[in-house]
Design a binder for this molecule. Structure first.
Ligand SMILES: [Zn+2]
Length: 260
């Protein structure tokens, strides 16, 4: 039974390219250097969901020709991970009802404040965003995928690191937006088929893993394949990919990954 996912976006909070900056023509000519905000779509025979709803969510769903979702998982409430949430109104239409929204208590509190109209308890007419908030307090399931969560340090908040299991195997460790992968998360992710890691840029950053930190985490996790995401324009995809060790890849928007 296959477990597959695709990168809806692989860029840092501003996306790549950023507004108002000149880039070499050769950099812009490579579509793999164009990065929307970071998110993935996960699909099995029994589950379809996204991790995070970025400001580019609508564009990403249209590009990938996606519509129906069983659920949304939000890792943390930074703008680049949540600002497409209202566009799930169309998903609610297709479902004919509310959309399960899995997030930590801290993140749900922020979502209730930011999208107050959707959470204020008043009846929600058809055609509008209708969340079904599910506070994450341990492992949970979306269809046939079990998700274990690990709080990861991300500046003055924590983000949810996700380890997804399917048909008894550790399929995917998704650790975006973190300064480090904690020992507990590392242990849970060890030997997974695939790891996706925050590798913001080449220079160290106070709230994200840089390239060296991500390479170290990749080695310790030892996944079958490791993909880097949440990347700035520091990375020129093809040139930097050539420098990566075996089994480590720079992700790009639209990339599809399958485990069998
Ligand atoms: Zn963040």
């Amino acid at each position: 039974m296959s477990f597959r996912f695709r990168f809806l976006g692989t860029g840092t909070s501003q996306g790549v390219p950023i507004i108002g900056k000149d880039y070499p023509a050769a950099f812009l000519a490579n579509p793999r250097n164009h990065r929307l905000r970071a998110s993935i779509y996960v699909e099995t025979d029994g589950a379809r969901f996204v991790v995070d709803t970025t400001p580019d969510f609508r564009t990403q769903m249209l590009r990938e020709q996606l519509g129906f979702l069983d659920a949304v998982v939000i890792t943390h409430a930074h703008a680049d991970h949540i600002m497409g949430l209202d566009d799930c109104r169309r998903v609610c239409d297709l479902r004919g009802g509310p959309l399960p929204l899995h997030a930590s208590r801290e993140t749900l509190a922020d979502l209730r404040r930011i999208f107050v109209y959707a959470f204020d308890g008043r009846p929600i007419p058809r055609g509008y965003f209708h969340p079904d908030p599910r506070e994450v307090s341990g492992p949970f399931a979306i269809g046939d995928v079990t998700i274990r969560t690990f709080p990861l340090p991300h500046g003055n908040i924590t983000t949810l690191g996700l380890v997804m299991e399917h048909c008894g195997r550790r399929r995917l460790a998704y650790f975006s937006d973190c300064k480090e992968v904690t020992d507990a998360a590392l242990e849970a992710a060890r030997g997974a088929d695939v790891a996706v890691l925050d590798a913001l840029r080449k220079e160290p950053h106070p709230t994200h893993m840089c390239l060296d930190e991500a390479l170290t985490a990749a080695r310790r996790i030892g996944a079958g394949r490791t993909y880097f995401t949440h990347m700035t324009h520091d990375y020129d995809h093809d040139a930097d990919q050539a420098e990566m060790p075996d089994g480590v890849f720079l992700a790009h928007d639209g990339l599809r990954v399958e485990t069998d």
